[in-house]
Design a protein around this ligand. Structure first.
Ligand SMILES: C[S@@+](CC[C@H](N)C(=O)[O-])C[C@H]1O[C@@H](n2cnc3c(N)ncnc32)[C@H](O)[C@@H]1O
Length: 343
């Protein structure tokens, strides 16, 4: 599947059935090896094939259609990201389990994943598109199962291309949004906004409803300042970071929220204290992925409470949704000295 996505074979077959030789010519690949790849893909249920007038013709099936660029629920970016960037870190994961140090830098000349992606625009594009594939894990349920209408501005922190933000703004037409991410990601999100979200039910909201802000969530001065009615929303962000780094991010958010009363909503997979979670396979697998890639982790309710409290927040509720994500809502705890000064 990964090689097919890397060579964009499903996109080529979207134009119609092809022989292996034709695919090889378009992909610039070796004809004999391409035939062997395509046969294996058919055997694995990833493609269809039939013989017509003596020629073996390959075509897309329902699985490979999801690897085309234009499929509304395309997994192309995610699969390409796994092939190009994650295999190396997973390949020697046993070492990480022994030494307790995440594997990605060890497999990539010491580079952390965000710096690695920033230096490789094509990989970064695939990663960002891959984050949109996460929408298939229940974006509609995430929106439906939480009372988002209370807010009139959503700040999607580490929002990548902004699929969560677009969905929130479709859901609440009166609200405004801020897409906050690293500068190069925020710029790419703005440039492709309308095209990237056009497939979403309700379409892409006008880009005028969104401010695109580049910065670092470690640096409070680059974050938008909170206002009453704001929700700072982070989906799948803190799971990328160690407790120490997550604490720094949360402290920066606490500082940006100040005394505005803005809420913090973390959309994270989160784990039960014990095994037995019906979605456990996906959640524990993602936890392992964090171990491989970035020293992050999925967290339990107790771990969220401790982290939030150390950063000046109080856990309000951890609400399950019909998606793979929990909505972990927190509110700022007013610092007694700050409150006294404000009076
Ligand atoms: C796992 S992705 C999640 C993307 C998005 N929230 C979603 O659910 O689709 C983490 C995001 O954090 C962003 N990020 C990493 N370091 C950052 C930093 N220092 N400041 C702001 N964003 C950062 C990445 O660019 C990426 O878009």
């Amino acid at each position: 599947m990964e090689i097919m996505a890397q060579l964009d074979i499903p996109d080529k077959l979207a134009a119609g059935p092809r022989t292996a030789a034709q695919v090889a010519e378009e992909a610039g690949s070796n004809p004999e090896f391409t035939l062997r790849l395509l046969r294996a893909a058919v055997a694995g249920g990833l493609l269809s094939a039939e013989r017509q007038e003596g020629e073996l013709l390959f075509s897309n099936n329902a699985v490979s259609e999801h690897l085309t660029t234009s499929h509304p629920a395309s997994m192309r970016g995610f699969v390409r990201h796994w092939a190009a960037d994650c295999f190396s870190a997973w390949g020697t994961l046993g070492e990480t389990v022994v030494d307790g140090r995440h594997n990605f830098p060890k497999a990539n000349n010491g580079q952390e994943v965000w710096d690695y992606l920033a230096e490789r625009p094509e990989n970064q594009e695939d990663f960002n598109a891959g984050m949109k594939s996460v929408d298939g894990l229940g974006l509609a349920a995430l929106i439906a199962d939480f009372d988002w209408e209370r807010f009139d501005r959503y700040i999607d922190v580490g929002g990548a291309f902004g699929s969560v933000l677009n969905a929130l703004l479709v859901h609440n037409p009166k609200a405004h949004g801020v897409l906050f991410d690293q500068p190069h990601v925020a710029t790419a999100a703005e440039e492709g906004w309308a095209a990237r979200h056009s497939h979403y039910p309700g379409g892409a909201v006008p880009a005028e409803r969104v401010d695109f802000v580049g910065g670092s969530f470690f640096d409070a001065s680059t974050l938008p300042q909170g206002k009453p009615g704001d929700a700072f929303v982070l989906r799948n962000v803190l799971h990328d970071w160690s407790d120490e780094d997550s604490l720094s991010i949360l402290k920066a958010l606490r500082s940006a929220i100040g005394s505005s009363g803005a809420a913090l909503v973390l959309l994270e997979m989160s784990l039960l204290d014990d095994v037995g979670d019906p979605m456990g396979f996906a959640r524990y697998h993602m936890d392992m992925h964090m171990m491989a890639m970035c020293h992050g982790k999925e967290r339990t309710k107790k771990q969220w409470e401790a982290l939030l409290s150390a950063a000046g927040f109080q856990l309000v509720a951890m609400r399950p949704t019909r998606s793979i994500f929990w909505a972990v809502e927190a509110k700022p705890v007013e610092d007694a000295a700050e409150a006294a000064a404000a009076q």
